[in-house]
Design a protein around this ligand. Structure first.
Ligand code: TXA
Ligand code: MG
Length: 347
């Protein structure tokens, strides 16, 4: 299939452009918009053909459902069956980086939910996203706006790189504040839920609102994940990525040794450790600044690909963040381990 659409680019603050893009979306066209997590590739959630076109534009497998974005938590009423726990979570975390899976109403076509009877509801906090959804006047079905298998886009330039000619408009909202996708949760009882995908809302934050929070594994080989997206190898840079597990000193020594032995590598590192690596390091920020690691991770993976286009790179190394723990670390781990195709080296 060829994609030769004329793509309207809407700058930050261009209210007329935003209205035009919202009108385009309501009319069945595809529009990329910023959110606080990553950019989304939107279609009217009421329009089966537009939803189908989202999969085509991304090259996304048709069995992986889209989530639906609303301007206010109550807007979920017309598309899904809500309950008390939904509103408890909405009060605590919406607008913000959480997606809540609910039973869908018939108005949402099968093309959006990949034939399933549930739908993910997300209410983004990014002011441009909020305004865009409000202006569109319809709920917006949107996956992340990357080509399938590429890192999710956290900057306008990532969207133009992947999607020029494939969508009708791209709205600039600056750099995404969180940089990793939303936490996807399945409500399993009156006071219990399961995390299907770790993200911007941590397990500890959820535990302040719900007593029983479990984490779906589904990442081990052969298991069927509850969240279909988790079965695909995502976020993969073109060069093999290895996660290095060990103290920061051991990791940096290991990479130095590899360079000394003639290996052509890139090192995704922290500010404090990047000295001495010159052009082969890409920093995620200060070693303790986990928010910065999350915010810059996808851009770093894209940067690694870009460098690999002009220079031969044999391997990319990165720290293995802690898999458990608080805050954003589990979400960072989840993205990196898949980008690395589960390759961890103990150093
Ligand atoms: O932060 C985000 O969630 C971003 C922004 C654009 O909102 N969106 C996003 O969408 O990451 P996507 O499609 O790339 O990831 C949604 C994930 C996928 O893993 C998908 O399989 C899962 O949510 N999902 C969607 N609908 C589901 C459903 N009804 N039941 C279970 N999992 C679902
Ligand atoms: Mg995605």
């Amino acid at each position: 299939m060829t994609f030769d659409k004329k793509t309207l680019l809407v700058s930050l603050g261009d209210e007329a452009g935003l209205s035009l893009a919202a009108e385009m979306l309501r009319g069945g066209e595809l529009v990329i918009f910023p959110t606080e997590t990553v950019y989304g590739l939107g279609a009217s959630a009421y329009d089966a053909d537009a939803a189908y076109a989202v999969f085509e534009a991304k090259g996304r497998p048709h069995d992986n459902p889209l989530i639906v974005h609303v301007a206010k938590p109550e807007d979920a009423e017309s598309i899904a069956y809500t309950n008390k726990l939904y509103y408890r979570l909405a009060r605590a975390f919406m607008p913000g980086p959480i997606t809540i899976i609910l039973k869908k109403r018939d108005i949402i076509p099968d093309e959006v939910t990949a034939g399933g009877n549930t739908v993910g509801i997300r209410c983004p906090s990014h002011p441009v996203a909020h305004r865009f959804i409000e202006l569109a006047g319809v709920p917006v079905a949107a996956p992340s706006a990357n080509l399938s298998g590429r890192p999710s886009p956290t900057r306008f330039s990532h969207c133009t790189d992947d999607m020029m000619g494939r969508v009708s408009a791209i709205i600039d909202g600056g750099e995404c504040d969180i940089g990793l996708e939303s936490t996807v949760v399945l409500l399993t009882g009156e006071d219990s839920l399961k995390i299907l995908r770790p993200g911007g809302v941590s397990r500890d934050a959820l535990l302040c609102v719900v007593s029983d929070v479990t984490v779906a594994d589904g990442l081990r080989e052969g298991e069927i994940p509850l969240s279909p997206g988790m079965k695909y190898k995502h976020y993969a840079p073109r060069t093999p990525l290895f996660l290095l597990k060990g103290s920061r000193t051991r990791v940096t020594e290991y990479v130095k040794g590899k360079i000394a032995a003639g290996e052509r590598c890139l090192f995704i590192s922290y500010d404090e450790d990047s000295a001495g690596f010159g052009g082969v390091s890409i920093s995620l920020g200060g070693a303790d600044d986990v928010r910065s690691h999350a915010k810059r991770l996808f851009a770093a993976l894209r940067e690694a690909d870009r460098i690999g286009e002009t220079r031969t790179i044999d391997v990319i190394y990165s720290y293995a963040p802690s898999e458990g723990g608080d805050g954003l670390d589990p979400a960072i781990y989840n993205r990196l381990i898949r980008a690395a195709n589960h390759t961890i080296v103990e150093v």
